[in-house]
Write a protein of this length. Structure first.
Lengths: 205, 205, 205, 205, 205, 205
């Protein structure tokens, strides 16, 4: 279970009103490679992992991605809370305003509600960790696109750079977890013996 | 942000292997009225609420629903971790096993991946809190259906009863939050003055 | 069954061509809290309600929401039927035009096709009626956002105000239905006796 | 707008409890080629059709499909209202029961909520009517599959045969509408002149 | 199986950078009536068709639609590969850029990822071929809308006209296939004998 | 463009009728980690890759995955073409039969139509190739689950083992492509310079 600490992982104090940026940044809230997808993926995968170390890493990073979800929501909120109807319209947010006002809602930049199809839990530790490595690279790429779109809004860029940096750290940690699992499972045996891999995935907790 | 406490909100020690139950209980993990939907709804809505009290309630309950998500995942995991292929097949879990093994994955009982369409954040505190009241009743109803389906598996029923009880408590707390917001917004004015309700939703944090 | 009366519930005679408004108003046609969702929700729920009074209310309101669906479709049609390609493009409707021309198609303002995930039928009369109360508030909120976006287009605002007014009337009627069902089911018994609530939901017609 | 007549288009009095049949028949309620899809398709397309005759046919058939939606919902309700938990489980309806009890909910036989992606409104009368012809054939095929699955349950087969018969009548009426539109639009001109087909779709009501 | 020929079915050499056009043309890549939908529909239907001639036509056209998918992808790529961030933003492609950069990704013009709900395989040769006839008309209509939106960009219009022309040829070939199947199945018998139509669909390969 | 060769990549001659296996194997046709997802991912990503070698690998493997899609469709078809209604029902295929007869339709084992949300094209060669590595591992894992479920049906297991083997080969080829791209892009520079990575993705063909 989790305890809430009344602070953000990294401070967010955005002075500008910029709904145009909010429209794209929301993809890291509810888009296919965003923080909701990430935390849901890691916190779900951890139940079935075969070793305590992988479980712990998934739990740590999944918990941090929840904090990032909150950070991205805060960015979107701060960028839109003082926007006028006209500013929202000019930013292409009239459709969003119609159904969600200036609330934070889990959609992609294109406006498609979050769908867990973008998350995989395969009942296979190697496949899961490769999925996680890919997820971190996809999140990194998305933050880079967002930084491209930010222009010179320094307050926002600063936070996005921080979040992008964390994805690279996570990528490295998942790389270690993968090597660890591969060592443990004796990769050759893992690949040769399909018929009872169900039992390989079980764990004792 | 959140800190992880290495314990469940309520202890779960299921001795039986019962994939048939897991197949339906997973709906409270990734189904339309499950704990993922609940925590996502409340943690998203809180950004735009107009008063600190509503924000605090949404934050509290949203955080507790994360703990419930973990509990439901643990039930599903414990009910399936020792299942044989044949037991999974008899329970109608061969399709699930195909794509997810015995991992925990956010789907409804019918096997449909989680879709945020079942969550609403309307940029309107009254509508949001009515949505939350409905959500708690829908979750209660789902837990009652699950208890119907559990037969005499006491370990599982005990946890489901606990979770159902919490939904009723949440329902009452959202009822208080709604009364509080209605008092503050001066309901009559709220209903009569459409043109600037955007600004009513803004808040200062 | 239904008989068609060749008139609208409320007259719609929009003289302006305004595809920008059509783009957002269509959310009340096929969006998550629109009239299609409403009529589908009520007309589906009525089969399983335990008392004739609730069934009748759901049937009445479900039928009226069909009339509202037609009204919203008429607004969208009248706002776009004479639009030039250039006007559609300026209004952000080039994507819509690509796949639907100037037909009326059930999508949200964001362009996402209608998905029944936004509708709940829970096999539980209390949960269903709370869902309906929430639905009416969400529809009211959406009409208010649309009125915000209309600016001074009086013909459209007039119709949207009428539709919003009806949602408030429906909200009140569902409130009565809920009190009636709660009285009948003897709420305390309802909450305490999970194991046979299946049979509570049955009805004789 | 529509007026409700308190009767079904065709009488439905099913004496058996058969949730196994309900599970598949529900596809004609909320499945890809079911009655919801049909009525939504026709009632949506009618706004943009270029001639009064096509509009009238779409309106008539769309209204009748609403009556069929009600009929299919009644079949599902009557087949399940007296089912015990054990009967529902044996019929593979435990997942459905989890989220919807024995209410009628718009899903396909596979349990996937209705998605309007299966409906097309193309802003082109020829394409729309071809879509409608296909829709009727797909509905006919589905009813035939359902009759295959009914075995000797005469009450249900009788109603399904009636519904299938109506699809063939609709197919013929859409065939006439297509020939009529083709005559009017002077098919050759229609195919040759792309640049202003937007205006062809407009109509005066 | 397929062998790749390193050329396009029809040459594409677009000199202009025009992300605004790319945004709508992508609907023929991943939209509801696009080339992915078409090839998937035909290549899937062919397995169950009852005669070799229909199978061959479905295989031929399904293979050609793969070539068209590649052509549409090439158009989108050429129209965007040299676009600056500012040009992408002005074209309404900032959301697309956020999640996909300037890659080609299977979405509709509205930005909704491809969903196979728009494709039908009904286990019924008549229904399948009517679906195919409708699909070709819907694709034709979409190409005409796209040509409307192209203005005077001759390089793009030329390719779209070629693709539209091919849909009309396919429509005619599916018409022949339908007549052929109807002759073979002795339509009257087909319509009268529901109970064993399963076996009608089987074939010997 | 592609030329069809009238043979399968690997021979498939399944003598048994086994719809229970077909129900799960279809996930490699239209499921989240199946062959449709794979070919669509690779053939879409290739347009934007920055070097000819990656493009060629994506094209080769994407084309082979189309052959695998055909193989999986053939397995499903052969396992079901002679099934009786009763055999389909016992295998849990009555819902599938309702909407698709014994045609091959792109769904997951759970019956959810294919959704491109499971595919990523990120406009970033590193992220794309990591996505591809993960995809191959997820496909391998799925084939292993399917082999688990096959029991002793040797004809089917033989083909599934072949397909699984190919995923491992693809995994290795994508590993090489990734190393090659990393060398070319000078990984350090790539990570440090966000602001113009748009142009890095462009290529000249």
């Amino acid at each position: 279970m989790w305890t809430y600490d009344k602070k953000l992982e990294y401070p967010i104090n955005i002075k500008s009103t910029n709904p145009k940026l909010a429209k794209v940044i929301i993809s890291q809230y509810g888009g296919p490679d965003g923080e909701l997808a990430a935390s849901l993926r890691y916190l779900s995968q951890r139940f079935g992992m075969p070793d305590q170390k992988s479980k712990a890493i998934l739990n740590d990073i999944g918990t941090e991605e929840l904090a990032h979800l909150e950070m991205v929501g805060s960015i979107v909120h701060q960028l839109t809370r003082n926007a006028s109807i006209e500013e929202l319209e000019r930013a292409g947010l009239a459709p969003y305003y119609t159904d969600h006002g200036v609330d934070v809602y889990p959609v992609s930049a294109a406006g498609v509600p979050f769908n867990a199809n973008c998350v995989a839990c395969k009942g296979d530790p190697i496949a899961n960790l490769q999925e996680d490595l890919a997820a971190e690279q996809k999140a990194r790429a998305t933050y880079e696109k967002l930084i491209d779109l930010c222009g010179d809004d320094g307050d926002v860029v600063d936070v996005l750079r921080y979040l992008r940096e964390r994805e690279i750290v996570h990528f490295q940690r998942f790389g270690e977890a993968l090597r660890n699992v591969q060592d443990k499972l004796a990769e050759k045996k893992f690949y040769m013996n399909n018929n009872n891999n169900l039992f390989n995935n079980n764990c004792s907790n």
